[in-house]
Design a protein around this ligand. Sequence first.
Ligand SMILES: Cc1cc2nc3c(=O)[nH]c(=O)nc-3n(C[C@H](O)[C@H](O)[C@H](O)COP(=O)(O)O)c2cc1C
Length: 367
Amino acid sequence: MAPIPLMTPYQMGKFNLSHRVVLAPLTRMRSYGNVPQPHAILYYSQRTSKGGLLIAEATGVSDTAQGYPDTPGIWTKEQVEAWKPIVDAVHEKGGIFFCQIWHVGRVSNYGFQPDGQAPISCTDKPVMPQKQSNDEEVAEFSTPRRLSTEEVPLVVNDFRVAARNAIEAGFDGVEIHGAHGYLLDQFMKDSVNDRTDKYGGSLENRCRFPLEVVEAVADEIGADKVGIRLSPYANYMESGDSNPEALGLYMASSLNKFGILYCHMVEPRMIKVGERLEVPYSLLPMRKAFKGTFIVVGGYDREEGNKAIADGYADLVAYGRWFLSNPDLPRRFELNAPLNSYDRLIFYISDPVVGYTDYPFLESSAN
Ligand SMILES: Cc1cc2nc3c(=O)[nH]c(=O)nc-3n(C[C@H](O)[C@H](O)[C@H](O)COP(=O)(O)O)c2cc1C
């Protein structure tokens, strides 16, 4: 039988991956008080396979980084300690575990900020209220405070410290969250960034802060442990760009300077959150420009993932919703077994079991 492309091994830097099916970062909002909880041990270990790569949910780098309830952080000792048994459980089953480190920037409100301050951003333009994924609630955002030029390096340093903490917690590396309308993306995109200092204006200037974060994190923990996620084409949280291809290409080639491990890009078809629309764009130019491992994500099923690998369009394919509802997704792909469907209404509920660790395994692989 011909090998299944997604199930072939891949050498990612010093990591020996036994297959190409990556757990995409998935915010689950079950880390009460921003502290990872013991129920995450089961959740992540369920999704671990020997030699599989997992990316943890977006994890705040500082006390100004949050914009959603009960998302985990990695800036306090307590949070670092709480991550340790989760990371250990993944390692025990032979998984490779990266922590996605993020700052939401203006996608926040006074209620999430220390002392009820304004959220920080590259701008003082607020995001309009957004409908939540359950289509009922509406998230409200406060008018952000524009960071001064001198303050930007302090935020860069928060990412540096968070990366150090992630390594201290036992993670194999970090993924810098540069996608989906959060702080790094706010700086990159010309519909948001209205600065006139060295962090705004030209493409080079808009990418300066994200690249400073990459450099600082790579300096701190080693470039061989650093990935970044980018979504040049997306327009989430009113963060779109007038020339996404130029932006994606500029970032892909600039990242080469730092020799980081991987670049994880969101497909242009993911225009709206959770929806896939057909578009005439491709990530191929960025894939060709970037010299490290290239991970793609967004709307993939088994067949398309296999094709992406077979065609050399990507090295690895990340799966979000299918991995959320199928803890043994790599095995199901191997067997071409049917998949559990997912229920978006329970993606973000705070229950420690329901919609979290209760999606069934294939009978033969229950564990
Ligand atoms: C419940 C949920 C939570 C998500 N949380 C994050 C996150 O923390 N960080 C991130 O970069 N993307 C996040 N995403 C986006 C996914 O990682 C992925 O890019 C998206 O679901 C598209 O891939 P898919 O079609 O395989 O689901 C989330 C998506 C979902 C459905």
